[in-house]
Write a protein that binds this ligand. Structure first.
Ligand SMILES: Nc1ncnc2c1ncn2[C@@H]1O[C@H](COP(=O)(O)OP(=O)(O)OP(=O)(O)O)[C@@H](O)[C@H]1O
Ligand SMILES: [Mg+2]
Length: 292
């Protein structure tokens, strides 16, 4: 059964249990029973019954280990379910289908929207590979509560949604944002492939100019730098448009390392298009993008 179907079968008490655990995970790695009783507003003697039910559905983890660490936590399936349920309630998503891609830090699924349009749902999975590393590297989570994976995934998705919204507003070629809930970003789905998958590109110089034009517009009008721009994060559509994806890590142009990030983005693009016969001078392009 998909998460989506499962969400339609859950009793309201089960959602209350999940909500109560989610709220308390801001403070606790393992949420104690008394918090679940308090936030779920379920009679104390019934809470265990509903907890067992949700546990059996594999939406939460139970941790024994002595009084102090005893408690419950959402697992990623439980968190997915809360997000997709909310997106369905908001009428952003009507159904969820196959996987479109598994990234290092996300799972992307196809969805259908209320107008029967195809959607891409990106589930952020920060720390899937190395939670410890991420904790120290991601500057935007330092100093906030205890940094749970759930919190980091949510922040990452919110940042991506925020960047897409700003870029949509000024017409940069990025996915059209349809919605965001918790760690999920919902976008329009584009019919195409990562540009790295093409052995031959028609008019590579034209496509290259197009990418650079977008980088420049993004820098000058949204004051943003992508910071992970490369051939894996550009979709080349069937109707020959470029769509630049994957925006959680973008930073403002006044970031202390901004100069380094722009240069790296531009060099990556130049290097890729050089393989398709495009001759370009990265330093000159960077100057053109950043000159005031
Ligand atoms: N709007 C979209 N339309 C169609 N496909 C998409 C869309 N967004 C993402 N995808 C697909 O999902 C893949 C992963 O997306 P994205 O690059 O945003 O995630 P990621 O986890 O950061 O990936 P990685 O860490 O591997 O770079 C993309 O390469 C693309 O194939
Ligand atoms: Mg990517």
């Amino acid at each position: 059964m998909s998460h989506f179907e499962l969400a339609t079968r859950l009793a309201k008490e089960e959602f209350r249990i999940l909500d109560a655990i989610e709220i308390s995970m801001r403070k606790f790695e393992w949420v104690p029973m008394k918090n679940i009783i308090f936030y779920s507003r379920i009679d104390a003697e019934r809470v265990q019954f509903w907890l067992d039910k949700v546990h059996k559905r594999d939406l939460i983890l139970r941790h024994g280990g002595g009084r102090k660490n005893e408690g419950y936590a959402l697992n990623s399936k439980g968190y997915d379910l809360l997000a997709t349920h909310a997106l369905a309630e908001e009428n952003v998503v009507v159904s969820i289908g196959n996987s479109l891609g598994v990234g290092k830090e996300s799972d992307v699924y196809q969805g259908i929207g209320p107008g029967n349009e195809f959607l891409a749902l990106k589930f952020h999975r920060i720390g899937r590979t190395s939670f410890r590393n991420i904790k120290s590297k991601r500057d935007y989570v330092v100093g906030k509560y205890h940094t749970s994976w759930l919190y980091m995934c949510r922040v990452s998705a919110m940042r991506e949604a925020d960047h897409l919204k700003r870029l949509n507003a000024i017409g940069v070629d990025v996915p059209l944002l349809k919605g965001n809930n918790r760690h999920v970003v919902v976008m329009k789905q584009y019919d195409g492939q990562e540009i790295q998958e093409f052995d031959v590109i028609d008019d590579p110089a034209g496509v290259f100019d197009n990418v650079i034009r977008n980088v420049k517009k993004c820098y000058r009008e949204a004051r943003l730098i992508h910071c992970d721009l490369c051939e894996y994060n550009i979709i080349y559509t069937r109707d020959k448009h470029v769509i630049i994806i994957d925006w959680p890590q973008a930073v403002p142009t006044d970031h202390p390392n901004a100069a380094f990030f722009v240069r790296r983005d531009v060099e990556n693009i130049c290097k890729f298009f050089e393989r398709h016969g495009v001759v370009a001078d990265p330093a000159a392009i960077v100057d053109e993008i950043t000159c005031t």
